[in-house]
Design a protein around this ligand. Structure first.
Ligand code: SF4
Length: 308
């Protein structure tokens, strides 16, 4: 477990159960990390529950973290029994010690996790990643992740357990996932599930992501994505010094349009600040996570030295 050093999660304790992610979304920036295993390979940290227990039980309660963000470069609910077992144990070690967990998933959450979440519902911040309800989009861009319908089911199942999830629409891809029809259909479904808040972010391009897109996308999508970023400068975003953003004008219009559509359904939207450094009024997601777990806003200043 270590403090994240990137984007708006900087300074927050984070822990990955695997290195690599079996979902292999084509746009995934974590697949471009220098230590990322090749597509189809995932390393599971099987001794994590043991190390975590030993570390947390060896320090004073007062210096334990209030919460931990899980799987910042992978997904908690990759569809493999060993990954799910270790993830369950890790969550149980943290929750049973009063430490909150935050996760973002594009997977299907198995029933036994729901039982755990029900017991500790006030210590969980869940985000469901869902950009489009289109099966075509899912099969093309996120073929390893859960079907959109299953992710919608996650939302209502989490709510039944007392966990109100937030929906994260990221990455929105201009002309592919932000059409009027797609967005309207999405908000209609989210409204029916009583979702109150959605975070938005358009696609980012980094050199490694471009390589994956070129290799894995059908040529029609590849050309469209290439044309979107043509002429855009590589810029510094978060810890990445080489990132291309969708042109500002296109993003502004897109966010505005999506926001007004969400308003019609009574859903509030906010723009991820970390991925839109050039847009005023955007919101830091880590700030939201922190306030979820520390409503009084009291920040601890103790340093915690855990295994790295
Ligand atoms: S689920 Fe997340 S971590 Fe896994 S491949 Fe997709 S974007 Fe990457």
């Amino acid at each position: 477990m270590r403090k994240a050093k990137f984007g708006c999660l900087t300074g927050t304790y984070a822990l990955n159960v695997t290195m690599g992610c079996g979902f292999s979304c084509v746009y995934c920036y974590a697949r471009g990390y220098t230590n990322a295993p090749p597509k189809g390979k995932v390393y599971l940290f099987t001794n994590l529950p043991y190390l975590l227990t030993k570390t947390l039980d060896g320090i004073h309660r007062r210096v334990r973290p209030d919460y931990v963000v899980l799987n910042t470069a992978s997904d908690c609910f990759q569809d493999h029994p060993d990954i799910l077992n270790i993830t369950y144990q890790v969550m149980e070690v943290l929750l049973s010690r009063g430490i909150g967990i935050s996760f973002l998933t594009k997977g299907y959450i198995p029933d036994r996790f729901m039982g755990l979440f029900k017991r500790y519902c006030h210590h969980i911040m869940a985000q469901v990643g869902l950009v489009s309800l289109s099966e075509k989009y899912w099969k093309t861009f996120e073929p390893g992740a859960a079907r959109p319908q299953e992710r919608l089911e996650n939302i209502s199942r989490l709510k039944d357990m007392g966990v109100i999830p937030q929906v994260r629409m990221d990455p929105i891809i201009p002309f592919i996932t932000d059409t009027e029809k797609d967005i309207d259909e999405m908000f209609k479904r989210l409204r029916s599930l009583d979702v109150k808040s959605v975070s938005l972010s358009y696609l980012h391009l980094r050199p490694a992501i471009m390589d994956h897109l070129k290799r894995e996308l059908p040529s029609i999508y590849k050309k469209l994505v290439e044309s979107l970023f043509q002429g855009q400068k590589w810029t510094h975003v978060g810890t990445s010094t080489k990132t291309k953003l969708v042109p500002l004008g296109l993003r502004k219009k897109g966010y505005q349009r999506i926001k007004s559509m969400a308003d019609r359904y009574g859903i509030s939207t906010f723009i991820c600040a970390c991925k839109n450094p050039d847009l005023k009024g955007s919101i830091c997601i880590s700030g939201q996570i922190a306030s979820h777990f520390r409503p009084k806003g009291a920040l601890r200043d103790e340093q915690l030295s855990l295994f790295c």
